[in-house]
Design a protein around this ligand. Structure first.
Ligand SMILES: Nc1nc2c(ncn2[C@@H]2O[C@H](COP(=O)(O)OP(=O)(O)O)[C@@H](O)[C@H]2O)c(=O)[nH]1
Ligand SMILES: [Mg+2]
Length: 381
């Protein structure tokens, strides 16, 4: 519980090295708000010969430290360690998966696969700066895009978090609903071929040939624990400026699909292509999405393709948000449910028996009265 964030404390947002080119968007409290607390001794210290202390007082060092701490928080993550028990429950009462699974959903070209690479890059910078990209990103509109479900562990070779990249939504939300419902209720597995009703015979034949290596070895089916809804900010901006509201309507209809929500928890929204928009345009897109999807701006994460401190922080902030919400929605263990419901059922049965008791008492009194009356009437006759 608490995710080990106890050693972090909120202070002001450190200045971004890229703030001149892309100012941070107005956001809620996130990782970027967390920097190590100074012990107070440094205040008033004007001359400092100790290079370590000097480095700490230097703003860029603060940035590195806060980024490192945010990364460490995700690296240390194990499913179940951020559960906040509710009612009388505690961590052990929940059915915790071996890996917390996040599902990427979004229209074609929104940047789902690019997002997998962007997230991986945040950790690769420390682990293997020359590691190749993992997900196949579409180069242009001729590309097939992603047609098979692929899971990616975050960071590479770890076990805590798994992100599932999927085929893009079609332009027909009703067709998407069927497959989304299946993933959200029955689970999703690596290598699964995703077809739409609109795919013709040739397309399906080609997909089968492309996915031949997955055919005979079905991978583990994972329960989806939270959803990341990816949206291309550029398309939103174009839609705002035009009379055709088809794109926004499609986003709204899909986002509101009840199967994508966990109780009241709607998916986290990631906005891509921010590097191709000005600061004002990014704010405009964020406001429009908050309005259309009826979610607070804090649930919208503006993650452009750019590779800078600010972007890394938002990536980590988004991961933390998703994991926290996934953990809040882990289901309870069956034996706990049986135990809890068993207790309730027992109490209910007892109450009924007590009720029966009263009925029995009344019946006995009634029968005694009848017997008495019969005897009295016998004597009289
Ligand atoms: N400039 C820019 N291009 C992006 C960004 N995200 C994705 N792209 C590009 O958009 C195209 C579609 O991305 P892709 O990840 O394949 O979309 P998907 O269909 O949702 O998986 C690719 O050419 C990406 O390089 C971004 O944030 N900024
Ligand atoms: Mg893709």
């Amino acid at each position: 519980m608490g995710g080990g964030s106890g050693d972090l404390s909120p202070t002001s947002i450190p200045a971004s090295p890229s703030s001149s080119s892309s100012e941070p968007l107005p956001r809620g409290r996130g990782f970027a708000d967390y920097v190590p607390v100074s012990d107070g001794d440094s205040e008033g210290c004007c001359i400092c010969d100790d290079p370590e202390v000097a480095a700490l007082l230097d703003g860029s060092q603060f940035q590195h430290r806060s980024l490192r701490e945010a990364k460490d928080l995700i690296r240390r993550y194990k499913p179940g360690c951020w559960i906040e028990g509710v009612g009388d429950t505690k961590g052990g009462d929940y059915s915790v998966p071996d890996t917390t699974t996040l599902l990427l959903v979004g229209p074609r070209g929104a940047g789902k696969s690019a997002l997998v690479n962007r997230i991986t890059r945040v950790f690769d910078k420390d682990d293997d700066p020359f590691a190749p990209e993992r997900a196949q990103v579409s180069y242009n509109s001729k590309s097939n895009g992603t047609s098979f479900v692929r899971e990616y562990k975050i960071p590479r070779n770890s076990n805590g978090i798994c992100i599932c990249d999927t085929r893009s939504l079609s332009r027909n939300p009703e067709k998407d609903f069927k497959i989304l419902q299946r993933w959200m209720t029955k689970g999703i597995s690596h290598g699964e071929m995703v077809t739409w009703d609109t795919d013709d015979g040739t397309k399906i034949k080609n997909l089968k040939a492309m996915g031949r290596q997955y055919s005979f070895l079905p991978c583990k089916t994972r329960k989806v624990n939270f959803v990341i809804f990816v949206i291309d900010g550029l398309s939103v901006l174009k839609s705002i400026g035009s009379d055709n509201k088809g794109y926004m309507d499609m986003l709204h209809e899909t986002f509101m699909n009840p199967f994508l929500s966990f109780g009241d928890d709607k998916p986290a929204v990631v906005v891509t292509h921010g590097d191709r928009l000005s600061f004002q345009q990014r704010s405009q897109v964020q406001n429009e999405l908050a309005e259309t999807l009826a979610i607070p701006p804090q649930q919208i994460f503006d993650i452009p393709g750019s590779d800078d401190y600010e972007t890394d922080m938002v990536v980590l902030d988004m991961l933390r948000y998703c994991i926290q919400h996934a953990e809040q929605n882990f289901s309870m263990k069956l034996n706990n449910l049986v135990e809890m419901h068993g207790r309730e059922t027992l109490a209910e049965m007892m109450a009924r028996l007590m009720g029966l008791d009263a009925v029995m008492d009344v019946t006995i009194v009634f029968l005694c009265a009848v017997a008495l009356l019969l005897r009295v009437s016998d004597n009289l006759l």
